[in-house]
Design a protein around this ligand. Structure first.
Ligand code: GLN
Length: 310
Protein backbone atom coordinates (compact mmCIF):
# COMPACT_ATOMS: atom_id res chain seq x y z
CA UNK A 1 0.00 0.00 0.00
CA UNK A 2 1.39 3.47 -0.93
CA UNK A 3 1.53 5.73 2.11
CA UNK A 4 -0.43 8.49 0.32
CA UNK A 5 -3.32 6.16 -0.43
CA UNK A 6 -3.84 4.94 3.12
CA UNK A 7 -7.18 5.75 4.74
CA UNK A 8 -5.88 6.31 8.28
CA UNK A 9 -9.36 6.92 9.73
CA UNK A 10 -10.37 3.50 8.49
CA UNK A 11 -7.16 1.85 9.72
CA UNK A 12 -7.65 3.27 13.24
CA UNK A 13 -11.28 2.21 13.28
CA UNK A 14 -10.34 -1.33 12.31
CA UNK A 15 -7.61 -1.45 14.95
CA UNK A 16 -9.96 -0.25 17.68
CA UNK A 17 -12.32 -3.07 16.76
CA UNK A 18 -9.65 -5.75 16.36
CA UNK A 19 -8.02 -5.12 19.75
CA UNK A 20 -11.36 -5.51 21.57
CA UNK A 21 -10.93 -9.26 22.22
CA UNK A 22 -7.59 -8.51 23.98
CA UNK A 23 -8.89 -5.72 26.21
CA UNK A 24 -9.26 -8.05 29.21
CA UNK A 25 -5.80 -9.63 28.89
CA UNK A 26 -2.84 -8.50 31.00
CA UNK A 27 -2.71 -6.62 34.30
CA UNK A 28 -2.22 -2.98 35.22
CA UNK A 29 1.07 -2.18 37.02
CA UNK A 30 0.36 -2.87 40.68
CA UNK A 31 3.72 -2.08 42.30
CA UNK A 32 2.98 1.66 42.08
CA UNK A 33 -0.23 2.12 44.10
CA UNK A 34 -1.90 4.91 42.06
CA UNK A 35 -1.34 2.96 38.83
CA UNK A 36 -3.07 -0.08 40.34
CA UNK A 37 -6.21 2.02 40.64
CA UNK A 38 -6.61 3.17 37.01
CA UNK A 39 -9.50 1.94 34.88
CA UNK A 40 -7.84 -1.00 33.08
CA UNK A 41 -10.20 -1.03 30.08
CA UNK A 42 -9.08 2.12 28.30
CA UNK A 43 -7.81 2.54 24.76
CA UNK A 44 -6.50 5.54 22.86
CA UNK A 45 -4.41 5.90 19.73
CA UNK A 46 -3.08 9.02 18.02
CA UNK A 47 -1.13 9.66 14.82
CA UNK A 48 0.69 12.92 14.16
CA UNK A 49 2.14 13.52 10.70
CA UNK A 50 5.03 15.82 9.84
CA UNK A 51 2.72 17.79 7.56
CA UNK A 52 0.42 18.60 10.49
CA UNK A 53 -2.31 16.00 9.83
CA UNK A 54 -3.48 14.20 12.95
CA UNK A 55 -5.84 11.30 13.64
CA UNK A 56 -7.17 10.13 16.98
CA UNK A 57 -9.22 7.22 18.30
CA UNK A 58 -10.57 6.48 21.77
CA UNK A 59 -9.60 8.42 24.90
CA UNK A 60 -6.90 10.53 23.24
CA UNK A 61 -7.56 13.48 25.58
CA UNK A 62 -7.15 11.34 28.70
CA UNK A 63 -3.91 12.08 30.58
CA UNK A 64 -1.97 9.12 31.94
CA UNK A 65 1.33 8.58 33.68
CA UNK A 66 4.05 8.47 31.02
CA UNK A 67 6.47 6.57 33.32
CA UNK A 68 9.42 5.20 31.31
CA UNK A 69 8.48 7.13 28.17
CA UNK A 70 10.08 10.03 30.07
CA UNK A 71 13.42 8.23 29.60
CA UNK A 72 13.36 9.33 25.95
CA UNK A 73 12.94 12.96 26.97
CA UNK A 74 15.73 12.87 29.52
CA UNK A 75 18.11 11.02 27.20
CA UNK A 76 17.40 13.38 24.27
CA UNK A 77 17.89 16.28 26.67
CA UNK A 78 21.27 15.08 27.91
CA UNK A 79 22.39 14.38 24.33
CA UNK A 80 21.66 17.98 23.50
CA UNK A 81 23.64 19.27 26.51
CA UNK A 82 26.65 16.96 26.64
CA UNK A 83 28.96 17.30 23.73
CA UNK A 84 31.33 14.60 24.98
CA UNK A 85 31.09 10.83 25.00
CA UNK A 86 28.38 9.39 27.25
CA UNK A 87 29.77 5.91 27.10
CA UNK A 88 31.85 5.74 30.25
CA UNK A 89 28.64 6.49 32.23
CA UNK A 90 26.11 4.58 30.18
CA UNK A 91 26.03 1.66 27.74
CA UNK A 92 24.15 1.48 24.47
CA UNK A 93 23.28 -2.20 24.37
CA UNK A 94 20.02 -4.03 25.09
CA UNK A 95 20.11 -5.47 28.59
CA UNK A 96 18.10 -8.64 27.96
CA UNK A 97 16.75 -8.12 31.48
CA UNK A 98 13.66 -6.51 33.02
CA UNK A 99 13.61 -2.71 33.34
CA UNK A 100 14.19 -2.83 37.09
CA UNK A 101 16.77 -5.62 37.18
CA UNK A 102 19.88 -5.32 39.32
CA UNK A 103 21.84 -8.32 38.11
CA UNK A 104 24.08 -6.74 35.48
CA UNK A 105 24.90 -3.65 37.50
CA UNK A 106 27.40 -5.29 39.79
CA UNK A 107 29.05 -7.34 37.03
CA UNK A 108 29.41 -4.23 34.92
CA UNK A 109 30.82 -1.91 37.59
CA UNK A 110 27.73 0.24 38.07
CA UNK A 111 27.48 1.23 34.37
CA UNK A 112 23.91 0.57 33.17
CA UNK A 113 23.46 -1.16 29.83
CA UNK A 114 21.40 1.64 28.26
CA UNK A 115 19.45 4.83 29.10
CA UNK A 116 16.02 3.20 28.68
CA UNK A 117 16.15 0.88 31.67
CA UNK A 118 15.66 2.33 35.16
CA UNK A 119 19.36 2.32 36.14
CA UNK A 120 20.28 4.10 32.90
CA UNK A 121 17.64 6.78 33.35
CA UNK A 122 18.84 7.30 36.93
CA UNK A 123 22.37 8.01 35.63
CA UNK A 124 20.88 10.40 33.05
CA UNK A 125 19.01 12.19 35.88
CA UNK A 126 22.32 12.50 37.74
CA UNK A 127 23.99 13.99 34.63
CA UNK A 128 21.16 16.48 34.19
CA UNK A 129 21.57 17.66 37.81
CA UNK A 130 25.34 18.03 37.33
CA UNK A 131 24.65 20.25 34.34
CA UNK A 132 21.86 22.46 35.67
CA UNK A 133 22.71 22.41 39.42
CA UNK A 134 19.31 23.89 40.43
CA UNK A 135 15.67 23.45 39.39
CA UNK A 136 16.59 20.66 37.02
CA UNK A 137 13.09 19.19 36.79
CA UNK A 138 11.59 22.58 35.88
CA UNK A 139 14.15 22.99 33.11
CA UNK A 140 13.47 19.56 31.64
CA UNK A 141 9.70 20.10 31.92
CA UNK A 142 10.02 23.47 30.22
CA UNK A 143 11.85 21.75 27.38
CA UNK A 144 9.13 19.09 27.07
CA UNK A 145 6.48 21.84 26.89
CA UNK A 146 8.48 23.63 24.23
CA UNK A 147 9.05 20.52 22.14
CA UNK A 148 5.37 19.59 22.36
CA UNK A 149 4.23 23.17 21.87
CA UNK A 150 1.93 22.78 24.88
CA UNK A 151 1.94 24.41 28.31
CA UNK A 152 -0.56 21.95 29.62
CA UNK A 153 1.93 19.32 30.82
CA UNK A 154 2.81 18.64 34.47
CA UNK A 155 3.59 15.85 36.91
CA UNK A 156 1.26 14.05 39.31
CA UNK A 157 2.47 14.90 42.79
CA UNK A 158 0.62 12.03 44.53
CA UNK A 159 2.16 9.47 42.21
CA UNK A 160 5.59 11.06 42.58
CA UNK A 161 5.39 10.91 46.39
CA UNK A 162 4.24 7.33 46.28
CA UNK A 163 7.12 6.16 44.07
CA UNK A 164 9.54 8.12 46.19
CA UNK A 165 8.62 6.22 49.34
CA UNK A 166 8.14 2.81 47.76
CA UNK A 167 10.72 2.61 44.96
CA UNK A 168 12.96 0.18 46.83
CA UNK A 169 14.50 -1.47 43.78
CA UNK A 170 15.33 1.90 42.27
CA UNK A 171 17.05 2.89 45.52
CA UNK A 172 19.10 -0.30 45.48
CA UNK A 173 20.23 0.52 41.92
CA UNK A 174 21.20 4.08 42.73
CA UNK A 175 23.12 2.96 45.84
CA UNK A 176 24.96 0.30 43.86
CA UNK A 177 25.89 2.81 41.16
CA UNK A 178 26.93 5.37 43.76
CA UNK A 179 29.26 2.78 45.31
CA UNK A 180 30.98 2.47 41.90
CA UNK A 181 31.28 6.26 41.58
CA UNK A 182 28.76 6.47 38.72
CA UNK A 183 26.38 8.79 40.62
CA UNK A 184 27.88 12.21 41.37
CA UNK A 185 25.02 14.00 43.18
CA UNK A 186 23.02 13.21 46.31
CA UNK A 187 20.82 10.14 46.07
CA UNK A 188 17.85 12.16 47.25
CA UNK A 189 18.24 14.78 44.51
CA UNK A 190 18.77 12.18 41.79
CA UNK A 191 15.79 10.05 42.81
CA UNK A 192 13.51 13.06 43.20
CA UNK A 193 14.27 14.04 39.62
CA UNK A 194 13.93 10.47 38.32
CA UNK A 195 10.55 9.92 40.03
CA UNK A 196 9.20 13.33 39.00
CA UNK A 197 10.03 12.58 35.38
CA UNK A 198 8.25 9.21 35.64
CA UNK A 199 5.14 10.85 37.08
CA UNK A 200 4.63 13.35 34.22
CA UNK A 201 1.14 13.03 32.80
CA UNK A 202 0.28 13.42 29.12
CA UNK A 203 -2.29 12.13 26.67
CA UNK A 204 -1.64 10.31 23.40
CA UNK A 205 -2.12 13.48 21.38
CA UNK A 206 0.45 15.43 23.44
CA UNK A 207 2.96 12.58 23.42
CA UNK A 208 2.79 12.35 19.63
CA UNK A 209 3.40 16.05 19.24
CA UNK A 210 6.24 16.05 21.70
CA UNK A 211 8.04 13.17 19.97
CA UNK A 212 7.50 14.40 16.42
CA UNK A 213 10.99 15.93 16.20
CA UNK A 214 12.39 12.38 16.31
CA UNK A 215 10.59 11.59 13.05
CA UNK A 216 12.11 14.66 11.42
CA UNK A 217 15.89 14.51 12.04
CA UNK A 218 15.64 16.37 15.37
CA UNK A 219 13.57 19.33 14.14
CA UNK A 220 9.92 19.93 15.08
CA UNK A 221 8.37 20.27 11.61
CA UNK A 222 5.47 22.38 12.87
CA UNK A 223 7.27 24.91 15.08
CA UNK A 224 10.58 24.55 13.13
CA UNK A 225 12.48 24.40 16.43
CA UNK A 226 15.73 22.45 16.25
CA UNK A 227 16.14 20.07 19.21
CA UNK A 228 18.77 17.58 18.12
CA UNK A 229 21.12 17.18 15.20
CA UNK A 230 20.13 14.66 12.59
CA UNK A 231 22.76 12.26 13.86
CA UNK A 232 21.57 12.58 17.49
CA UNK A 233 17.98 11.93 16.42
CA UNK A 234 19.17 8.83 14.56
CA UNK A 235 20.82 7.60 17.75
CA UNK A 236 17.74 8.11 19.92
CA UNK A 237 15.61 6.23 17.36
CA UNK A 238 18.17 3.42 17.15
CA UNK A 239 18.12 3.00 20.92
CA UNK A 240 14.34 3.04 20.98
CA UNK A 241 14.35 0.19 18.48
CA UNK A 242 16.96 -1.89 20.30
CA UNK A 243 16.17 -1.05 23.95
CA UNK A 244 12.73 0.66 24.09
CA UNK A 245 10.88 -2.41 25.39
CA UNK A 246 13.51 -3.81 27.80
CA UNK A 247 13.79 -7.59 27.44
CA UNK A 248 10.94 -7.58 24.91
CA UNK A 249 12.71 -5.19 22.52
CA UNK A 250 13.58 -7.93 20.03
CA UNK A 251 10.05 -9.27 20.11
CA UNK A 252 8.61 -5.78 19.59
CA UNK A 253 10.96 -5.09 16.66
CA UNK A 254 10.02 -8.47 15.16
CA UNK A 255 6.28 -7.86 15.47
CA UNK A 256 6.03 -4.11 14.93
CA UNK A 257 9.27 -3.02 13.25
CA UNK A 258 9.54 0.64 14.28
CA UNK A 259 11.43 2.52 17.04
CA UNK A 260 9.23 2.85 20.13
CA UNK A 261 9.33 3.37 23.89
CA UNK A 262 6.88 2.02 26.44
CA UNK A 263 6.07 2.87 30.05
CA UNK A 264 4.36 0.91 32.83
CA UNK A 265 1.58 3.51 32.81
CA UNK A 266 0.38 1.74 29.63
CA UNK A 267 1.63 4.17 26.98
CA UNK A 268 3.81 3.43 23.96
CA UNK A 269 5.23 6.12 21.68
CA UNK A 270 6.54 5.11 18.26
CA UNK A 271 8.29 6.83 15.39
CA UNK A 272 8.09 6.30 11.64
CA UNK A 273 11.09 8.33 10.48
CA UNK A 274 10.26 10.85 7.79
CA UNK A 275 6.53 10.41 8.25
CA UNK A 276 4.93 10.51 11.70
CA UNK A 277 4.85 9.80 15.41
CA UNK A 278 2.23 7.49 16.93
CA UNK A 279 1.08 6.89 20.48
CA UNK A 280 -1.11 4.19 22.00
CA UNK A 281 -2.50 3.97 25.51
CA UNK A 282 -4.01 0.95 27.20
CA UNK A 283 -3.02 0.27 30.81
CA UNK A 284 -3.05 -3.52 31.01
CA UNK A 285 0.52 -4.77 30.63
CA UNK A 286 2.02 -7.98 29.30
CA UNK A 287 4.50 -10.02 31.35
CA UNK A 288 7.41 -7.78 30.31
CA UNK A 289 5.70 -4.60 31.54
CA UNK A 290 4.62 -3.23 28.15
CA UNK A 291 1.05 -2.33 27.17
CA UNK A 292 -0.49 -5.53 25.84
CA UNK A 293 -3.16 -3.93 23.68
CA UNK A 294 -0.80 -1.07 22.78
CA UNK A 295 1.69 -3.55 21.34
CA UNK A 296 -1.08 -5.36 19.48
CA UNK A 297 -2.44 -2.08 18.08
CA UNK A 298 0.97 -1.04 16.77
CA UNK A 299 1.52 -4.48 15.26
CA UNK A 300 -1.82 -4.18 13.47
CA UNK A 301 -0.92 -0.67 12.32
CA UNK A 302 2.36 -1.61 10.64
CA UNK A 303 0.84 -4.80 9.20
CA UNK A 304 -2.16 -3.00 7.70
CA UNK A 305 -0.21 -0.05 6.32
CA UNK A 306 3.14 -1.66 5.50
CA UNK A 307 4.75 1.25 7.33
CA UNK A 308 7.49 -0.46 9.30
CA UNK A 309 11.05 0.69 8.82
CA UNK A 310 11.96 -2.66 7.27
N1 GLN B 1 8.62 4.60 37.53
C1 GLN B 1 8.81 3.27 37.08
C2 GLN B 1 9.92 2.62 37.86
O1 GLN B 1 10.84 3.30 38.23
C3 GLN B 1 9.10 3.27 35.61
C4 GLN B 1 9.17 1.89 35.01
C5 GLN B 1 8.64 1.73 33.61
O2 GLN B 1 7.84 2.51 33.12
N2 GLN B 1 9.03 0.65 33.00
O3 GLN B 1 9.90 1.46 38.11
Amino acid sequence: MKKNNIDYEKVLKEIEKEVLPFMCDGEVASYIAPLAGVNPNQFAMSLQFLDGREYHKGASQKKFSIQSISKVFSFAHIMKLYKGDLQNRLGLEPSGNPFNSLVLLEYENGVPRNPFINAGAIVVADMLISYYKNNTFDKVLEHIRLVGDTLNVDFDNGLYQCEKISGYRNYSMVNMMKSFGNIKNSIDDVMSLYFKLCSIEMNTKELCRTMLFLANHGVNPITKDVFLTSSQAKRVNALMLTCGHYDASGDFAYRVGIPAKSGVGGGIVAIIPGLMSLCVYSPRLNKKGNSLVGTKALELFTTKTGLSIF
